[in-house]
Design a protein around this ligand. Structure first.
Ligand code: HEC
Ligand code: HEC
Ligand code: HEC
Ligand code: HEC
Length: 484
């Protein structure tokens, strides 16, 4: 008879010697509750032990120091390997993310103008799974030049630490991308984040280590929880290629962090060294292309403030056959809300998704507005040039456009459409729009000085092809006529 039936209950509270005193029932309840608690604690401790036992203190088959092959690691750690292999999946889409590589330029032709004359106006696809990193960098139209810095390999492959060890770090960066194609074949994987002997999280990329040192911190002192973000930060951060002949550096991968990691800090650093990735062919502004500052934007958000790591959301724990392990299918957390968010938030999946998409939709609207202002600002300055304005007089307007475009791109190039830090994203986009409009006011004054008082004739850039043709007219020559 099940113990929950009325019959069994009444038996429990009576005895052959007559009814028990009232307090006895309470005492039995309390001791039963105590027993359940003890059993529960025991179960938790057993589970933890089992979990500890799987923790990689000893490795089944020794893994060589620079072993790049994920399948070799997978022999000892099949669960992590099999879940890692799921980064092959590409048919997932969320409102703004997922692993199906969106074509940003098809969806948003303004970006063709904003990156005019630069590789990103030729091809700009949304990121997909780690499994494709090597294949995608080989295939991108952006590397189709006879010399391309080998630095571009840095965040794509487990062969990189091995090659850096063999060649030397400086020498690796200075090499030609195309000369290393036969050596670099394994996509992002175990080697990038783990020590092969202890399986502890480790930093394999010098740029992050050096960036910490430049801020006066040692990365070896980072906490375990920080490491669960820092392994990602090796690649998901803003960077530039530093060339300094006197120091023997060519295309040396560098994080612009000495003044700090906010957008303002980084731009101040770039301004101080007068760095530009390209000179914009339409406005002549010196542009810094932001490169997915995922970690830096995340740092300004509430989850970072509350010590929630990248891995907490993107690599949640999973249980399979009673075994708990880290899900290595790194992807959009919106495809796995139950494991990645609901651990901390007691909201329904629909509420959580709705909340995220609500934030992202607002950010994407603000982003488009900033883009529109920026596109106009580039053309307004070009019109001032066509009216005969001297370079000296355009300095202020061009600096404003540089500041506006970096702030916009800092949000735009960062993955997650602002979710990682909604307030900071909106602040930066607001600033971007404001600075772009100031540049436009400046250009209008300069035009007026040359007797032009009506608005420039803005060309049609509403499709990718139209925008491309307009951009090319400035790359090759004086550009389409903008003066009324
Ligand atoms: C609080 C949870 C959370 C944390 C912490 C977090 N992310 Fe995200 N991340 C998200 C969400 C939600 C998205 C939006 C996914 C979408 O739009 O489908 C996202 C998107 C992304 C994307 C784009 C994925 C896609 O499919 O478009 C990348 C890359 C990313 N995050 C990297 C990081 C990195 C690196 C860190 C740490 C520096 C980090 N995230 C921290 C929740 C988180
Ligand atoms: C992008 C970084 C990254 C990559 C790539 C990666 N891991 Fe991990 N791995 C982690 C993180 C983060 C944890 C959680 C560690 C912790 O909190 O101690 C983890 C945990 C583990 C653990 C400990 C047990 C567990 O599941 O939590 C093993 C074993 C492991 N990974 C094996 C692998 C193998 C094998 C590969 C390659 C197929 C791999 N990892 C690739 C980041 C990575
Ligand atoms: C060695 C460099 C490297 C490391 C380490 C790394 N990533 Fe990535 N990540 C990339 C690159 C490169 C891509 C784009 C791959 C492509 O599109 O071919 C990417 C793509 C992604 C995506 C998009 C996947 C999708 O399905 O949309 C997410 C999410 C992501 N990374 C999160 C993380 C997180 C979280 C960590 C740390 C646990 C991490 N990454 C560590 C380089 C790295
Ligand atoms: C490890 C715990 C943890 C995980 C995992 C986590 N969050 Fe959070 N989240 C927090 C904490 C802590 C806060 C700060 C507010 C609070 O204390 O309640 C927060 C705040 C938020 C907020 C409010 C943000 C704001 O600025 O007001 C949203 C929205 C949110 N989380 C969504 C998500 C989503 C979506 C995921 C999964 C992708 C997620 N969280 C995963 C702990 C977590």
């Amino acid at each position: 008879m099940a113990s929950g039936t009325p019959e069994s209950k009444s038996k429990l509270f009576t005895s052959s010697a007559g009814p028990l005193p009232l307090w006895a029932g309470a005492a039995i309840l309390v001791s039963a509750a105590g027993a359940i608690l003890v059993l529960g604690l025991l179960a938790v401790s057993v589970m933890e032990r089992r979990w500890e036992a799987q923790r990689p203190t000893m490795v089944a088959t020794p893994i060589a120091q620079w072993e790049p092959d994920n399948a070799v690691w997978g022999q000892s750690y099949p669960r992590q390997y099999e879940s890692y292999l799921k980064t092959r999946i590409t048919d997932t889409r969320t409102k703004f993310g997922g692993a199906d590589p969106r074509d940003y330029l098809e969806e948003d032709s303004f970006q063709v103008i904003l990156f005019a004359g630069y590789g990103f106006s030729k091809e700009y696809l949304q990121a997909r799974g780690h499994y494709y990193a090597v294949q995608d960098v080989r295939e991108t139209a952006r590397i189709a030049t006879p010399f391309q810095a080998a630095t571009c390999w840095t965040c794509k492959s487990t062969d990189v630490p091995r090659m850096m060890d063999k060649m030397g770090v400086k020498e690796f960066y200075a090499a030609n991308f195309h000369d290393l194609t036969s050596e670099i074949t394994h996509p992002i994987g175990c080697q990038d984040c783990h020590d092969p002997n202890t399986l502890r999280l480790r930093i394999t990329r010098p740029a992050l280590r050096e960036a910490f040192a430049a801020m006066g911190r040692s990365i070896d002192e980072a906490s375990h929880q920080e490491m669960r973000s820092l392994v990602c930060t090796q690649c998901h951060a803003e960077y530039y290629f530093k060339t300094d002949e006197s120091a023997g550096l060519k295309n040396y991968l560098t994080f612009p962090w000495p003044k700090g990691t906010t957008a303002d800090d980084m731009l101040a650093y770039y301004d101080a060294i007068d760095f530009a990735d390209y000179v914009h062919p339409i406005s002549g502004a010196r542009i810094v292309k932001a490169q997915h500052p995922d970690y830096e934007l995340y740092r300004t958000g509430v989850h970072s403030f509350r010590d929630v790591s990248c891995a907490d959301c993107h690599m949640p724990y999973r249980t399979e056959g009673g075994v708990k392990f880290t899900d290595h299918h790194v992807q959009s957390p919106l495809l796995n809300i139950a494991n990645s968010c609901a651990v901390c938030h007691r909201w329904s999946e629909d509420e959580l998704r709705g909340r995220v998409e609500g934030i992202q939709t607002k950010v994407s609207e603000a982003m488009l507005q900033a883009e529109e202002a920026l596109v106009h600002a580039h053309f307004d300055i070009a019109a001032a040039v066509q009216a005969g304005t001297a370079d000296d007089d355009l300095r202020a307007a061009r600096a404003l456009v540089r500041g506006a475009q970096f702030r916009w791109d800092y949000v735009s190039a960062t993955n997650g459409m602002g979710f990682h830090s909604p307030q900071e994203s909106m602040r930066l986009l607001g600033e971007a729009a404001n600075l772009a409009q100031q540049a436009r006011v400046d250009a209008a004054r300069l035009l007026a000085r040359h007797g032009v008082t009506s608005a420039p004739r803005y060309p049609d850039v509403s499709t990718r092809q139209k925008a491309w043709d307009v951009a090319q007219s400035f790359v090759g020559g004086a550009g389409v006529k903008l003066l009324p």
